[in-house]
Design a protein. Structure first.
Lengths: 444, 289, 329
């Protein structure tokens, strides 16, 4: 709700000021560095313009900070900066239009649907910027390269990612003498116990982004994989995948209601806010919005570590946000400088997003992290950077994986199983779809 | 004497029964059409926590109503610009559509041009081109006209889907104008053009008004072109602006969304109604009865 | 309307023709030829703006989409190679494609039935004189005036699995059980129900359109004709069937045809409500084409799928046109 987020914005800026006073060092140093960089900025970008297309962040205060910071950067460097926002799911359409027109923005953000491999021939090579930033900040996390690397070169700058942790109702768990859902088995038992009391759990079995992300977290934590490390061959047909599907079926039967078939990305937020959910596995935005929609539930909702699979493995699949720059941009140097500066103020950005933007750079992931390091309920998020992965794990993020994601093939496999199709049949269908799509792209 | 008294009573009874039947008939339609709108109105005035309790009555307020959603809409988003853009774009598109479709419809309907049938079919066929493919080459056109990221791009592009339909609609209406009227006019000394303007158009006014209605409506329905061609916040029309700023990630600002929908629908509904008045008034006991 | 008194009889016709040609002679050089050429010039002039617009902005892109459908284009590649029917074959091999095709047709037919029924009944009711007519009319057209991208969102909420107003109302009236019970419909979650829910939104949005077209048609029937029919002793239904319908048939056909096209190619309702799910239960051709062509970037295959709508529309088009020709179109 706009009002509560406005309040949040005020809190954020106050806390940021306080944070700056206390922390002094890193953030202020970052800004100083920016300014120094700016003074050394090549005069050639003065008098140019830069147009940036980004999404509408679920924390409105972040967008306020982003727009303001961009304008300030522009002033410092003599660049006319304009920032536009569009819904993140529609960015691929806009990119296609700009490519067809050969004109548009200079920098475009990609969220979850990373199209670097599709457009790399028309994107600015960012390898030097990427390597430079990696050196400056202790290296990139292992998952960073996958979305933006093509044939050894880097075509975009990863900025942050949004986590989908376990969000569970501690009060309900305790009332039923249940242990915290640290493993998937515990989560299943909890859901089974509480469903009969009117508090089922929920994960979407439908055509939505959450379904793509959550089921992958489950299967990767069970040891299944999506493609081989080269990315050329789908590997979902495995013993571990069968175990995952069996588990998902059991989880659905015992712990969920059929409404999960109708869910979209926001349904699990609503489910949590209504007070019915015992736990959901969802983007952290659900946690934050419950604060305004149902404060009583918010108080009792806790953020949990990604549950471990039977082998003890934990993998959290998340939505990466990267920035790409068009080759047809009239200001390639300005784009590079802007993105470098943006990464330099990464910590500020993390604060502006009230702790939800997770860093791709190791230094920024060091504890204590801004905002979440201080909040006792959110501290567990600091352990996620070690276990985060993206679509296609352990292989790279290729156009064929992109198509698989766009057509919701993986959620469909799980949906079939939940609806009663045998695991073998559903997996056979899914493998067939993967192979067909992969073959399509090989031809192309 | 007794008959003189009985007649008005029976007539009144008849009228009463007729009204009852009509109201009974209209009720389902009213419910279907209006209940979602009523619900949207209530939701627009509700506080957010009010929406998220299963036991709450959706049709009335459980927490006190609030104007906060409207405030958010006007002060924290560019809604004001979006409404102005939407209405302006639709008006321009309606004008362009009328100027092109009315003459074209007349030419195809009345002037016995060779190949008229084929041209008409070709114009219809353009609807078979899916807009999800169309928007790519149109993107190139828009940017070469220098209109990228301005709402004028939409004024140029929207007629591509309003003109074909309105041309055919006008064709249909012109066909129902009896030939004799036109010929009589021409005998009286009007030229072709005069006949069109002075005789045919006034009679086809319902058709013209219908075309305006549809041009307006079709312009307001588009999402894809608006998204592809207009990115700056203050240039967007409502259908693009609302999902951009009131749906952030997976967070929906429901109250403001409802407010946004209603406020843009109202002026248009009033416009339509005045048009419908115009041409329904034309019936003096005509078809019904 | 001086000529109207001489509307019947062969004498009147030839008299009129004579009068016309006299008038013509008086103005032109008396040649049928130059009258014709002036008519043609006038005609093509009137036709020019619309044709130019449509040809340039739609015709050319149409050829482009044909080109895409037979090439291996994807969004990021400036150069594409000719691949013949490979894209179409790829589409036919997809199980999802056939599901989408079936759903598209089902959607169209079911929606059309409901829209005609509701639209026609509404048009009739609106023709009647009754108190409060203006208010009713204003209210009933509102669904049509709300931008689709946002009104569909409202329906999303109305169909919500927990908070659905519809379910709440039905539950209060006692027709279904409460939340969590077997009879609580999950509108967007149960396969057949989901498709019906999408159809419902389409019908809700466009039945006022049907009613308006019909109304406009009714009102263009000249009252003298109707009066004459009434004087001749026709009942209401006879009048409707034999007098009104033939006269407004062109308008009806056009309305129907265009509504068909709009419904078949409509992306927004399904995309916003279910994105084709759950498990492809509501997948339709435009949504599939968008997901493959634009979001996944395979333009060639997306174009091929989108163009598969054309064979669906062709039969409808031919039937309509033949019908129109028969009625002296």
């Amino acid at each position: 709700m706009g009002d509560s987020h406005l309040v949040q914005a005020r809190h954020t800026s106050v806390s940021r000021r306080r944070f700056l006073k206390v922390a002094g060092g890193s953030v202020a140093g970052g800004s100083l560095l920016t300014m120094l960089d700016a003074r050394q900025a090549p005069a050639q970008i003065k008098g140019t313009s830069l147009r940036i297309l980004t999404w509408s962040h679920f924390i409105p205060a972040y967008d306020v900070w982003f727009d303001k910071w961009s304008a300030q950067w522009g002033e410092k460097n003599g660049v006319k900066v304009r920032v536009d926002h569009i819904p993140h799911l529609e960015i691929p359409a806009r990119m296609a239009a700009e490519f067809a027109a050969g004109a548009g923005h200079d920098i475009i953000l990609n969220n979850a649907t990373i199209l670097a491999r599709l457009y790399y021939k028309s994107l600015i090579d960012m390898t030097d910027v990427y390597d430079g930033l990696g050196k400056k900040y202790g290296g990139w996390i292992p998952a960073a390269k996958s979305p933006i690397e093509v044939e050894g070169r880097i075509y975009g700058i990863p900025m942050y990612y949004i986590l989908l942790p376990m969000l569970w109702r501690k009060d309900l768990f305790e009332a039923n003498n249940l242990k915290a859902p640290d493993t998937w088995e515990l989560a299943r038992v909890a859901a089974r116990t509480m469903k009969s009391k009117g508090n089922p759990c929920g994960i979407a079995f439908s055509h939505c982004n959450d379904a793509n992300l959550n089921w992958r977290s489950l299967m990767f934590s069970f040891g299944a994989t999506e493609t081989d490390p080269s990315g050329d061959n789908p590997t979902i047909d495995s013993k571990e995948m069968r175990e995952t599907l069996a588990f998902a079926k059991a989880l659905f039967d015992e712990g969920m209601t059929p409404e999960v078939f109708s869910w979209d990305d926001a349904s699990d937020n609503r489910f949590l806010a209504s007070g019915i959910a015992s736990w959901i596995h969802d983007a952290i935005s659900a946690y934050r919005t419950t604060e305004s929609t149902n404060p009583a539930v918010f108080k009792n909702t806790y953020v949990g570590m990604e549950p471990a699979g039977p082998g003890g493995k934990r993998v959290s699949v998340s939505a990466p946000i990267v920035f790409l720059a068009w080759k047809f941009s009239k200001n390639p140097q300005g784009a590079k400088d802007y993105l470098t500066a943006l990464v330099d103020v990464d910590k500020e950005g993390m604060v502006a997003s009230t702790g939800y933007n997770m860093p791709f750079l190791n230094d920024n992931a060091k504890k204590p992290m801004p905002v979440i390091g201080a909040d006792p309920k959110l501290q567990v998020l600091q352990d996620f950077p070690k276990i985060v992965a993206f679509f296609g794990y352990p292989g790279p993020y290729t156009p064929q994986i992109q198509e698989v994601a766009n057509l919701f093939v993986l959620p469909d496999i799980f949906t079939k199983v939940a609806r009663g199709t045998s695991v073998d049949e559903a997996l056979k269908w899914g493998t067939g779809e993967y192979r067909r799509i992969f073959a399509k792209h090989k031809r192309a | 004497m007794s008959t003189a008294v009985a007649v008005p009573r029976t007539h009144r009874q008849k009228e009463f029964r007729r009204h009852l039947l009509i109201y009974a008939g209209m009720t389902p339609f009213l419910i279907i059409a209006v209940f979602p709108v009523y619900w949207m109105l209530i939701t627009a005035l509700k506080q957010e926590p009010d929406l998220y309790r299963i036991d709450n009555v959706p049709f009335w307020f459980n927490l006190p109503p609030t104007l906060k959603n409207f405030e958010t809409l006007f002060y924290q988003t560019n809604y004001g610009s979006w409404i102005v853009n939407t209405l302006t774009i639709s008006a321009w598109v309606a004008v362009i559509t009328l100027l092109t479709a009315v003459p074209a419809g007349y030419a195809l309907a009345r002037l016995r041009l060779p190949g008229a049938e084929n041209i008409g079919i070709a114009i219809f066929m353009t609807y078979l081109v899916p807009s999800i493919i169309l928007f790519l080459p149109l993107s190139r056109v828009v940017s070469s006209l220098g209109l990228q990221d301005s709402w004028w791009a939409l004024v140029v592009v929207y007629p591509t889907f309003t003109i074909p339909f309105c041309t055919w609609l006008m064709m249909g209406f012109f066909k129902t104008v009896p030939m004799e009227m036109e010929e009589a006019a021409r005998v009286d000394g009007c030229g072709q053009f005069g006949a069109l303007v002075r005789i045919v158009l006034p009679v086809s006014l319902p058709g013209v008004l219908t075309s305006v209605i549809f041009a307006f409506t079709l312009s307001m329905q588009d999402f894809l072109y608006g998204l592809a061609f207009v990115a700056p916040g203050d240039q967007k029309p409502v259908p693009v602006g609302v999902p951009t700023e009131l749906i952030r990630g997976d967070v929906f600002f429901w109250g403001s969304i409802m407010a946004a929908v209603l406020l843009v629908g109202l002026p248009v509904a009033i416009l339509y109604n005045s048009f419908l008045d115009r041409f329904i008034q034309g019936i003096t006991g005509g078809v019904g009865k | 309307m001086t000529g109207s008194s001489q509307t019947s009889g062969p004498d009147a016709t030839s008299a009129r023709a004579a009068a016309v040609s006299v008038g013509v002679d008086a103005r032109s050089r008396g040649w049928l030829g130059s009258q014709t050429s002036r008519r043609l010039a006038f005609g093509y002039l009137l036709l020019a703006p619309a044709s130019a617009y449509v040809l340039l902005l739609v015709g050319v892109p149409f050829l482009f989409s044909l080109y895409l459908a037979v090439s291996d284009a994807n969004v990021g590649d400036p150069v594409a190679n000719f691949v013949g029917l490979a894209n179409f074959r790829a589409a036919w091999e997809m199980e999802t494609f056939w599901i989408a095709l079936r759903n598209s047709v089902t959607f169209l037919v079911v929606a059309a039935v409901f829209k005609s029924l509701l639209g026609t009944s509404l048009a009739f009711l609106l023709l009647q004189e009754f108190k409060g007519k203006k208010l009713v009319r204003a209210l009933v057209v509102i669904p049509f005036t709300l931008p689709v991208a946002v009104s569909v969102l409202s329906w999303k909420w109305m169909y919500d699995s927990q908070f659905s107003v519809i379910n709440w109302a039905l539950h209060r009236v006692g027709l279904i059980g409460g939340y969590g019970s077997e009879s609580w419909p999950i509108w967007l979650g149960q396969p057949h129900l989901a498709l019906l829910a999408c159809i419902g939104v389409n019908v809700w949005r466009t039945f006022p359109f049907t009613a308006i077209v019909l109304l406009a048609g009714f009102t263009s029937v000249p009252t003298e004709v109707l009066d004459a029919a009434r004087v001749d002793g026709c009942s209401f239904f006879q009048r409707f069937r034999h007098v009104v319908t033939p006269m407004i048939f062109p308008i009806l056909i056009i309305g129907f045809l265009f509504d068909t096209v709009f419904t078949l190619s409509d992306l927004s309702v399904v995309y916003l409500l279910t994105a084709g799910g759950p498990g492809n239960a509501t997948q339709i051709l435009p949504v599939l084409a968008y997901q493959i062509g634009i979001q996944a970037g395979s333009l060639g295959r997306g174009a091929a799928i989108a163009l598969m709508l054309v064979p669906l529309l062709f039969p409808a088009l031919l039937v309509m046109l033949r019908n129109l020709k028969r009625r002296d179109w």
